[in-house]
Design a protein around this ligand. Structure first.
Ligand SMILES: *Cc1c(COP(=O)(O)O)cnc(C)c1O
Length: 404
């Protein structure tokens, strides 16, 4: 098999990269990209093999929805394939504004700004609104894009234990005389464990200690709340969260990220959000796709998709538990299957794939060392027969590897 060491030549100044890759291999942390050869669907062809797909974030099956496809094609016919500029020059098309208004209405906020991705939405927002005199209080399992945004802001960062409201309060008490602005920030649903943030309690703290409150709802939009409005809706925190981030890349089925909040916040980001100012806006096809997605989501058909997502989630989670697997603290469609050892987890994933199922192994540095797991996500478009077959494969391989 061709490996990077036989396939490429290494110049001396890059030898350290080769060494790092060798180190990853020796620790079973090296991976090869898997190639999707079909559409992104519950049954997909990956590396030439047809498998049950339990690894996409395509919660509602919208990546291939006929209405979204049609919207994208129509937009290409009408507006071409690119926007040709950053938003603040001439790259703001009318449909960009319309999508933002649509999302703000959906979320029940004054305004919204769309970024190129959820990653740039988080990183661009946190780094824009805070500076080096400010303080960030952040859950230890927050997404990498939040962590990068915090670092870029140069603010002081204090991390509280995962979902630990008391620990968060301890930090806020210790810093209660802080002079600068304070931001309390959390994922709504945590992307590797599938658990939900204690949002009402965190909002209480944010109010008590005068913090800006920010939630990243990447994995909750389209999943939790009425028609998938997210954790703020699900947990009844309307009006208490200053900044709601979401992604257009997961349940919405396309690509992009958005920030919802007050008109002032959004106008400020128009002026200071660096990805907004310095990176080209979405092509019209992406924007039109997202418009069609929100229209669908906010209809009876959307509510039905969310309902099916949850009934599939419950069916699959119950099945895994009944077989004796440890599904961690998951409360959402993200269902980890805990293994622990990284090498064993990769072997589990490989064996499942050979039997016709893809569930990726997640290990350090994405999750802490010793907490390696498979990560599964079912979608609204998986059929019960797919999920039954998936559970059979899990049982067979899990027993063979003595995981259950
Ligand atoms: C996926 C994810 C993002 C990034 O969203 P993209 O649109 O894929 O860039 C941000 N935050 C969380 C919690 C995520 O899971």
């Amino acid at each position: 098999m061709a490996t990077p060491s036989s396939a490429s030549s290494t110049r001396p100044q890059l030898q350290y990269l080769r060494d790092a890759l060798e180190d990853l291999k020796s620790r079973h942390l090296y991976f090869r990209l898997r190639i999707l050869e079909s559409e992104q669907k519950p049954i997909a062809v990956i590396d030439g093999k047809e498998v049950i797909n339990l690894s996409s974030n395509n919660y509602l099956g919208l990546t291939t929805h006929p209405k979204l496809r049609r919207a994208a094609i129509d937009a290409i016919r009408k507006y071409g394939v690119g926007s040709g500029a950053v938003r603040s020059i001439v790259g703001t098309m009318k449909i960009h504004m319309e999508l933002e208004e649509q999302i703000a209405r959906f979320k029940g906020t004054e305004a919204c700004v769309v970024f190129q991705s959820g990653f740039t939405a988080n990183a661009g927002t946190v780094s824009a609104i805070l500076g080096k005199e400010d303080l960030i209080i952040s859950d230890e399992l927050n997404h990498a894009s939040i962590i990068d945004g915090c670092r870029l802001s140069k603010a002081t960062i204090k991390v509280f234990k995962h979902k630990d409201v008391a620990d968060c309060q301890r930090i806020l008490e210790e810093t209660k005389n802080w002079n600068g602005h304070k931001l309390l920030i959390t994922d709504g649903v945590f992307s590797m464990d599938g658990d939900i943030a204690p949002l009402p309690a965190l909002c209480d703290l944010a109010e008590k200690y005068n913090c800006i409150m920010m939630v990243d709802d990447a994995h909750s939009s389209g999943v939790l709340g009425r028609n998938g409005r997210g954790t703020v809706d699900h947990l009844g925190c309307h009006g208490r969260v200053d900044i709601q981030v979401g992604t257009l890349s997961k349940a919405i089925g396309s690509i992009g990220g958005y920030v919802c909040g007050s008109r002032d916040l959004i106008e400020f980001l128009y002026h200071r959000g660096r990805p907004f100012l310095f990176s080209t806006s979405h092509p019209p096809s992406v924007t039109a796709t997202c418009q069609a997605a929100f229209e669908l989501l906010d209809s009876d058909a959307g509510a039905k998709l969310v309902k099916r997502l949850w009934s599939n989630t419950k069916f699959f989670k119950r099945g895994l538990k009944r077989l004796g697997f440890d599904t961690g603290k998951s409360e959402t469609p993200i269902t980890p299957v805990m293994v622990g050892d990284a090498g064993k987890t990769f072997e589990f994933s490989r064996e499942l794939f050979n039997e016709g199922l893809i569930a990726l192994a997640i290990a350090y540095p994405t999750v802490p060392e010793g907490k390696a797991r498979l990560r599964t996500i079912v979608t609204a478009t998986h059929k019960r027969a797919d999920l039954r077959r998936a559970l059979e494969i899990f049982e067979r391989v899990g027993k063979r590897l003595a995981i259950i």
